[in-house]
Design a protein around this ligand. Sequence first.
Ligand code: 13P
Length: 255
Amino acid sequence: MNKATRKTVIAGNWKMNKTPAEATELLTAMIPLVKDADCDVIACVPYVDLQAALDATKGTNIKIGAENCHWEKSGAYTAEVSAPMLKAMGLEYVIIGHSERRQYFGETDVTVNKRVKAALSEGLTVILCVGEYLEQREQGVTAEVCAMQTKIALKDVSKEDMSKIIIAYEPVWAIGTGLTATADQADEVCGIIRNVIADLYGAEIAEATTIQYGGSMNDGNAEELLSKVNVDGGLIGGASLVAEKFARIVEAASK
Ligand code: 13P
């Protein structure tokens, strides 16, 4: 197991927060704080903030991503945004399958797979979210749930495209609750997901795939979580909305 074979990626998921003007303000504050990062730094922002975010971060090491995309290229899908639209804006990243999409908006493993393939076909890098509910953890089916979500999401995804897949393990019970998986719990499940990738694509690709932890990661717990061999970064909600907190996580990941 060699962490050096893969990229450490710290990504913010702003969820439904910040107007375009606020996005510019937040990113402008972050830029000097993360400029020396020794990891990839991404901010995934609401659709309406994307252009402001791209403008604010031009020429910096902060990359911008969207929080979702539809699987069709265009058509009668009111209020949806397609992968070619994101690509045309100059974006490189998109989150797919976040548990809030699964929980509140009817996202299923099958639609996650469709979105993943649509994003990959435009050359976007996907941050694919998987994770179990508390009841599932308590029932002892965390490994099965995360393996199933990962396998279905990656159905018909080629070996070559795996270089454009980042997986975020986000236990639903740890999201926005202040409860964090222990570093050992995060490491264990990220390792289980890595084994799933190894079964599907072989050990070399599994070793090269970035697997993040997400769920109440903050500037106080990031270093310990990121010290684990299978935890290659973080997908950060609340703490990504405060420049100094996000920067301290980036700093922890750069050590
Ligand atoms: P919090 O960091 O607010 O718990 O959110 C995590 C998350 O859902 C990131 O996608």
